[in-house]
Design a protein around this ligand. Structure first.
Ligand SMILES: [Fe+2]
Length: 283
């Protein structure tokens, strides 16, 4: 759970900039969505997938702290882009009284990919202490009833693209060995992993390619020209955006759609519309 002290620290990070900025940080930016468009070059991408759209949403955090209207409007904007694949990388909700009906009511309107609509879990999907597997099982039931395929250390083949969906690190359910066992390294693949710290663990074997993540919310508040003061990762390099990793891997961290604390400054919420392209190999 977010402590009052942490909330005040986050507010304090913004407060130095002034009252007007504070109003902006609380009332404007948390729901001022940025739709980011960028290519996603994938090795050995099946030709039929070239030019297709993969929409990446993360950290939607359905709760009493995120406006339903904002989330439903975000879903409509994603649906209008007619995505072929939709992926959601964890923290689909934050626990609150009545969460089950609320989560079902929102995800009934989730934008669907023509080929697949996929989610993986984040720490908040495991309840307030981030460690309740029974809670996560109930969340998964609700999401599946809304037509979402939830991958928990499992690979799904989407028209020849292997999507590796990993479970959450903080909930101690991250098990890439189980997931990667089902992977054919000679074929196109992407991986979904909520927590970017997972990319530094020596568990990726011969996996090469993109890992799409969330979890950080980009720090939510970032003073100009400085790194965000609050970042829930060990490797504080992992704020948001693209990172080149060892082993021919690349990381993309979404700033997320929702929030845990209702404040953002200089870190607008994000939906990413990736255009799948074939990555030509040297030689
Ligand atoms: Fe989150």
């Amino acid at each position: 759970m977010i402590s009052r002290r942490l909330f005040l620290r986050a507010l304090g990070a913004c407060a130095g900039i002034g009252t007007g900025a504070l109003y902006y940080a609380v009332q404007v930016e948390p729901t001022w969505l940025e739709v980011v468009r960028r290519p996603l070059p994938v090795r050995r991408l099946p030709p039929a997938l070239t030019g297709r759209t993969l929409a990446h949403l993360s950290d939607i955090h359905v709760s009493t702290l995120v406006s339903d209207e904002y989330l439903l409007d975000t879903f409509r904007r994603v649906a209008d882009s007619r995505p072929d694949v939709v992926v959601i990388t964890g923290d689909l909700m934050s626990w609150h009284y009545g969460w089950r009906d609320h989560v079902a009511a929102i995800y009934r309107h989730v934008p669907r990919g023509r080929l697949a609509t996929i989610a993986t879990l984040g720490n908040h999907d495991y309840g307030p202490g981030f460690g309740d597997p029974r809670m996560a099982a109930q969340v998964v039931d609700v999401l599946r009833s809304c037509g979402i395929t939830v991958l928990r250390n499992h690979v799904l083949d989407v028209a020849g693209l292997q999507v590796v969906g990993l479970d959450d690190l903080w909930a101690e359910q991250f098990d890439p060995r189980a997931a990667l066992r089902g992977l054919d390294p000679s074929r196109a693949a992407i991986a979904l992993s909520h927590n970017p710290d997972t990319v530094d663990l020596p568990v990726w074997g011969n996996y090469e390619g993109w890992i799409l993540a969330g979890h950080t919310h980009g720090g939510q508040c970032r003073p100009p020209f400085l790194p965000p003061p609050i970042l829930p990762v060990r490797n504080r390099r992992y704020t948001a955006g693209e990172f080149q990793l060892a082993g021919n891997r690349q990381l993309y961290i979404s700033r997320g759609v929702g929030h845990s604390l209702p404040v953002r400054f200089n870190v607008r919420p994000e939906v990413t519309l990736f255009e799948l392209t074939d990555q030509h190999q040297p030689g």
